[in-house]
Design a protein around this ligand. Structure first.
Ligand code: CAA
Length: 259
């Protein structure tokens, strides 16, 4: 891995890539450099056959306070267009392996949008989710109005985005934004364990499952089911499908090859 300034990258256990946002003095504000490094590190893990799932986290006090306001403050609309800021963030969408957000403390603005770009979200009891862009005269720009609405429904998303309502971890769980809430001492370990469990599964099937679920955001039911069916049939071209079904019949553990 490269030398990064704004993130820390490690492999805490085999199969799992861990990326920590590391600008604690600025609540992990997502300046351009941080996002470029994050996308680079995630892409490297994505290309590494030894890695099966990726965890993105901040620290106990903050996942992230969002896009770097100071970096954007004096930009014109044309500057923003030319910066391709959001396009740069969207490169995370190309990551094929599962991304798990391990969230504690502030998860605000672009921080919440980053967490929602991940495929699963594990929250500590202290996590607080919000889209406070309205306070600085803008709206979410990296998917907040779209993904939050799909995750929690229109009425709650309106309150969060139009009136800076913050969601507690339990509210986020009930609304479907997070998949679990755990004590603050456990949130990162829990995310790493989940990543390790997924990393031990049939790799091609995991990637196809991620792709199919994410299509549910974009396609209608009939098109989505066509897409799912195509991937399901495609998996019969893999050695892992033959191995998985043979192992079932032979009552033994499957040995996955990722092909
Ligand atoms: N961008 C740049 N700097 C930030 C920042 C951000 N998003 N959030 C915090 N910081 C900086 C502060 O400016 C401060 O810097 P200095 O020490 O140089 O003064 C430092 O981090 C510490 O912050 P505070 O003094 O404000 O700490 P606090 O404990 O009083 O408050 C906080 C913490 C609640 C997270 C508060 O800092 C805050 O509300 N931050 C902004 C949240 C926000 O509005 N996010 C949306 C950003 S826009 C966006 O994300 C657009 C998009 O959709 C892509």
């Amino acid at each position: 891995m490269s030398d990064y300034q704004d993130i820390l990258v490690e492999t805490p256990i085999p199969g799992v890539g861990l990326i920590r946002l590391n600008r604690p003095k600025a609540w992990n504000a997502l300046r351009r450099q941080l996002m470029d490094e994050l996308v680079d590190a995630a892409s490297q893990f994505d290309a590494d056959p030894a890695i099966g799932a990726i965890v993105i986290t901040g620290n106990e006090k903050a996942f992230s306070a969002g896009a770097d306001i100071k970096e954007m403050a004096n930009a014109s609309a044309v500057d923003m267009v030319n910066s391709s800021m959001i396009e740069a963030w969207n490169r995370l969408r190309a990551i094929r392996k599962p991304l798990i957000a391990a969230v504690s403390g502030h998860c605000l603005g672009g921080g919440n949008e980053l967490a929602m770009m991940c495929d699963m979200l594990i929250a500590s009891e202290t996590a607080s989710f919000g889209q406070p862009e309205i306070n600085i005269g803008v709206i979410p720009g990296a998917g907040g109005t779209q993904r939050l609405t799909k995750a929690v429904g229109k009425s709650l998303a309106m309150e969060v985005i139009l009136n800076d309502r913050r969601l507690t971890a339990d509210e986020a769980l009930r609304a479907g934004l997070a998949s679990r809430v755990v004590p603050v001492e456990r949130y990162l370990d829990e995310a790493i364990e989940l990543a390790a469990q997924i990393a031990a599964r049939a790799p091609v099937a995991v990637q196809m499952a991620k792709a199919a679920i994410n299509k549910a955001y974009e396609l209608g039911l009939s098109e989505g089911m066509e897409y799912e069916k195509t991937l399901f049939y495609f998996l019969f071209a893999t050695e892992d499908q033959k191995e998985g079904m043979a192992a079932f019949a032979e009552k033994r553990a499957a040995v996955w090859k990722g092909r």
